[in-house]
Design a protein around this ligand. Structure first.
Ligand code: FAD
Length: 420
């Protein structure tokens, strides 16, 4: 088959997730011709999955706390959010006819909790504004002459662009399109990329068959987690998690998954402790459990005196032998500090998101790569991470907007230079 003729476009946006679409919208509003190239047959697949259990778009907490959720990258992501924050995102959704509300946890959801109407309305508005979509177009890196290698249903095509926004996503749930294949292509062009790692992920512990088969999938709430990070700092928080067949996951674990992942990488298997009865003091548990149990079984005694049964009781059995379980003092202490050793993070394919990616130090304030002038990056492929709670999408939108703005300026400036 003879090669397809090269095509020239003004702004090529590669990746049709929330970051790429926001870049497209921003650039189009700045008067730029925009072509979006998407490997899959439709855009926004991960956005739709994110909406499955209730689309958590952003968070309603005060700006100062919000920004701290980006941890080591609070300063950089804070700069993106200064131009487009949670309130702007809610306003943007309203512009698409989607009202939002703040849930009891502070999380912000569309009033119907769904992602599909929002995405549908958005893509329609983008098309109406003149954005051209090219699905089934997989970017494969660059030709030696700097043009983009694009696999299309008709064959491979070279695409020249005045500017490019890469919004290729991270490495989680690769079946939805973001597979991290871009990492070596960027590294080969002199871009510093930290390897993608799982974030907002579960961890393997290794349960007995009994616990795995009887309680895999059981929610554990409320509990308080205590842990020590790779630097030896203590962290505690109350919340909810889920016992899985191999270990533990859920929002409380996700909130610390980056710290736990890094602690395991630095020091090997890492022990957290869980307080299974946050509303009872150790003294009270100790006194209650020391009461005579008569002819009742120890499990029944535990249930009556501490309120613990089901998965919480099973976890105590998991870490205590028979004698320890019958010793009121040991039992009370273990209820308040159940030790669980996390061996490894679950694979990136199962994680909600990924950490690592294109280092922000190698970019300017509009997210243009120093190593590749005219090429901008946005979204989860950048080297930041945050817990679930709407922080991921908010930063993807904000960075997409910034990259779209930067690419528009770049194109305007290059046109001006050509005409003067
Ligand atoms: C199960 C699940 C639930 C989630 N829930 C939430 C939530 O409630 N709230 C929240 O804030 N976040 C949530 N997230 C995370 C959020 O969905 C992502 O952070 C966000 O979608 C990332 O946006 P992005 O545009 O950077 O990348 P993506 O959404 O991953 O989009 C990247 C796009 O680039 C395309 N692409 C990749 N490589 C190529 C290539 N070579 N050529 C062409 N196209 C390519 C992909 O097909 C994809 O369409 C959830 C994620 C998962 C998996």
């Amino acid at each position: 088959m003879s090669p397809l003729p090269p095509t020239h476009v003004r702004l090529a946006i590669i990746g049709g997730g929330p970051a790429g679409l926001m870049a497209a919208e921003t650039a189009r509003a700045a008067g730029i011709e925009v072509d979006v190239f998407e490997a899959k047959g439709s855009v926004g697949r991960k956005f739709l999955i994110a909406g499955k259990g209730g689309m958590n778009l952003t968070h309603g907490e005060p700006k100062r706390e919000f920004v701290q959720r980006y941890g080591a990258r609070a300063r950089e992501v804070g700069a993106w959010l200064a131009a487009f924050d949670a309130d702007d995102l809610r306003e943007w959704a309203r512009g698409l006819g989607v009202e939002t509300f703040v849930g009891t946890s502070g999380r912000v959801f569309p009033s119907d909790l769904k992602a599909a109407p929002l995405l549908r309305g958005w893509v329609h508005r983008l098309r109406e504004s003149g954005v051209r979509f090219h699905v089934h177009h997989r970017w494969l890196g660059w030709h030696a002459d700097g043009s983009l290698r694009m696999a299309t249903p008709e064959g491979e095509r070279a695409i020249r662009a005045d500017a490019v926004v890469l919004a290729l996503g991270g490495g989680s749930w690769p079946q939805l399109g973001s597979d991290g294949a871009w990492q070596p292509w960027l590294a080969d062009r002199g871009v510093t990329v930290t390897p993608l790692v799982p974030s907002n992920c579960g961890f393997d512990i290794g349960w007995t068959d009994h616990l795995a088969s009887r309680f895999g999938g059981s929610p554990l709430k409320p509990v308080v987690i205590h842990l020590r990070d790779a630097q030896g700092r203590e962290h505690s928080r109350q919340g909810e998690c889920v016992i899985t067949a191999t270990g533990i996951e859920g929002s409380l674990i996700y909130a610390f998954s980056g710290l736990l992942r890094d602690a395991i990488a630095a020091h090997g298997p890492t022990t957290i402790t869980l307080d299974l009865a946050p509303d009872r003091t150790l003294d009270r548990l100790r006194a209650d459990l020391a009461r005579p149990r008569g002819s009742r079984s120890m499990s029944e005694h535990l249930r009556r005196q501490s309120g613990l049964a089901g998965v919480k009781a099973a976890l105590l059995h998991e870490v205590l032998d028979r004698d320890q379980f019958h010793d009121a003092e040991t039992l009370a202490r273990t209820i308040k500090r159940l030790p669980l050793t996390l061996k490894q993070a679950r694979p990136i394919e199962e994680a909600i998101s990924s950490g690592g990616g294109v280092r922000l130090e190698g970019m300017d304030e509009h997210l243009m790569l120093n190593a590749l002038p005219g090429v901008f990056c946005a979204g989860e492929m950048l080297d930041w991470e945050a817990p679930t709670g709407g922080y991921l999408l908010t930063a993807c939108f904000a960075s997409g907007r910034l990259a779209g703005l930067g690419a528009s300026r770049w194109i305007h400036r290059s046109v001006e230079n050509r005409t003067t």
